[in-house]
Design a protein around this ligand. Structure first.
Ligand code: NAD
Length: 253
């Protein structure tokens, strides 16, 4: 896809992997809309990119519909959707205080899995209205899973289930949208240095870096953004889940 002048949406674009992807898209000439719960950081980042910010809860139908209408009137029909909004919790199936809370399990699925699909389904309706580019392409959707989809660690039953759901729906969504010329792919990152990680003790960060076969460090958000840009540009990448992880295979803990 030619990104110059297209309307692009990045959920979770206020921070971390989404923040870097929003920056890369803006650098390629896209008109970027950041959709995030965090209004302060979202507005600030959108302003630095010359983009727009919309306060969004990805799991709410009304919130996404409202932001989508605002995005279409500000930037035109979206051609790119990058789903980065997500949350992580650590809770064991049976912990010291009893069984995993159903409420927290549902919440993680609601944001990471239902929220991702909510944005896909509503944005795809708009993308279908785009005039086709080369090959009849009308849009590209990129989701963010995690290597936890394959090797969830202790305490990651909810998170791994949510990301496993994102992996599982990637191909059927690509198939559902094929006649409209809309692609759907997913990136499964290993361990990346983002604000999520910044809160961790340096020792824990070093131990995580040592687990990566090569390169022996955490990933950088610009490396995630770089893959997202290649997926946007390379029309043959469709229905794929791509690990971006330095060959890490997570251990139980
Ligand atoms: N950092 C990593 O190592 C890593 C590894 C694997 C997968 N991931 C995934 O990558 C994505 C981005 O993570 P990050 O590390 O950049 O985290 P981050 O916390 O820096 O960014 C996540 C953003 O999502 C937003 N958000 C959370 N819930 C939302 C909601 N309901 N609606 C709208 N916005 C919401 C937050 O406000 C935040 O700005 C997440 O889906 C995460 O699970 C991260």
């Amino acid at each position: 896809m030619d990104l110059s002048g297209v309307s692009a949406i990045v959920t979770g674009g206020a921070s971390g992997l989404g923040g870097a992807t929003a920056e890369a898209l803006a650098g390629a000439g896209a008109k970027v809309a950041i959709w995030d719960l965090n209004e302060e950081k979202g507005r600030e980042h959108a302003a630095t990119l010359g983009g727009a910010f919309f306060p969004v809860n990805v799991s709410s139908e009304d919130s996404v519909a409202e932001a989508l209408a605002g995005t279409v009137s500000a930037h035109g029909t979206p051609s790119v959707l990058v789903n980065c909004a997500g949350i992580a919790i650590g809770e064991k199936t049976v912990g010291k205080n009893g069984p995993h809370r159903l409420e927290s399990y549902r919440k993680v699925l609601d944001v990471n899995l239902v929220g991702t699909f909510n944005c896909i389904r509503l944005v795809a309706v708009e993308m279908e209205k785009n005039a086709p580019q080369a090959d009849g392409e009308r849009g590209v959707i990129i989701n963010t899973a995690s290597v936890a989809a394959y090797e969830g660690q202790i305490g990651q039953a909810a998170y791994a289930a949510s990301k496993g759901g994102v992996v599982g729906m990637t191909l059927p969504v690509a198939r559902d949208l094929m006649n409209a010329g809309i692609r759907c792919n997913t990136i499964a990152p290993g361990i990346f240095w983002t604000p999520m990680m910044a809160g961790m003790d340096q020792k824990v960060q070093d131990a995580l870096a040592a687990m990566v076969p090569f390169p022996k460090r955490l990933g950088r958000p610009d490396e995630f953004a770089s893959l997202a840009m290649e997926i946007c540009r390379n029309t043959m990448i469709n229905g794929a889940v791509i690990r971006l992880d330095g060959a890490i295979r997570m251990q139980p803990k």
